[in-house]
Design a protein around this ligand. Structure first.
Ligand code: IMP
Length: 199
């Protein structure tokens, strides 16, 4: 059974200031006083897991053990089944190695053999860990299709080539609120809220 968070300090196990701010805003109405791993001077563990869930769990566990506080971590990425699941858990690294997101999107699209399945999905795994080592995972997903050329300037990462199922616009063309209502992150947060915060 999922352990409930009943208020107090919660570490966001991320050194990404934007991510910490966004998660803090989401959790503030639930009685969580958010503090980041960077503010506490916690080291960033290497992401050696074989799945989104494993990477989220190892980041959350390391922060909870080092701080003595409950800790929340996320791990996310884009999965393309026709490319054997690439870039997957290596989505950030794939972009870095390609020389940025525009180059990464071009490389990804042009790696797809012609007339194959262009379906893709984003995954977000959230891990809530406790100082005694307990950890619950909440996984969110949004399915869609890849498209080319890139469209739209909202969002980040691979958003300009991803069209969620049932829509005509890419995530990059959608207003941020529209993307946030149906994204993999929204799905994972909904599950976290329902189970761990009782909302
Ligand atoms: P993380 O910070 O290690 O979870 O890196 C996730 C990576 O996955 C990001 O750098 C992006 O490349 C990609 N990604 C995750 N979520 C999204 C999204 O909502 N839109 C576009 N790209 C995303």
């Amino acid at each position: 059974m999922t352990r409930r968070f009943t208020g107090g300090r919660l570490v966001i196990a991320s050194h990404n200031a934007g991510k910490v701010r966004e998660i803090g805003q989401l959790l503030a109405p639930l009685g969580a006083q958010v503090v980041s791993a960077a503010e506490l001077g916690l080291p960033e563990p290497e992401e050696t897991g074989a799945s989104f869930a494993e990477n989220a769990a190892l980041k959350a566990r390391a922060a909870a053990l080092a701080s003595g506080l409950p800790a929340l971590a996320d791990d996310s990425g884009l999965v393309v089944p026709a490319l054997d699941g690439q870039p997957g858990i290596h989505s950030a690294r794939y972009a870095k190695e390609a020389g940025g997101f525009e180059a990464a999107m071009s490389k990804l699209w042009h790696s797809l053999p012609e007339a194959v399945d262009r379906s893709a999905h984003f995954i977000c795994a959230l891990a809530l860990a406790w100082p005694d080592g307990a950890c619950d995972i909440f996984e969110g997903r949004v399915d869609g299709q890849l498209t080319w050329p890139m469209r739209g300037c909202h969002g980040f990462g691979y958003d300009p080539i991803f069209i969620p199922l049932g829509y005509n616009q890419t995530f990059g063309e959608m207003a941020p609120e529209a993307k946030h209502a149906l994204s993999h992150r929204a799905d994972a947060f909904g599950k976290l809220m329902a189970s761990a915060f009782g909302k």
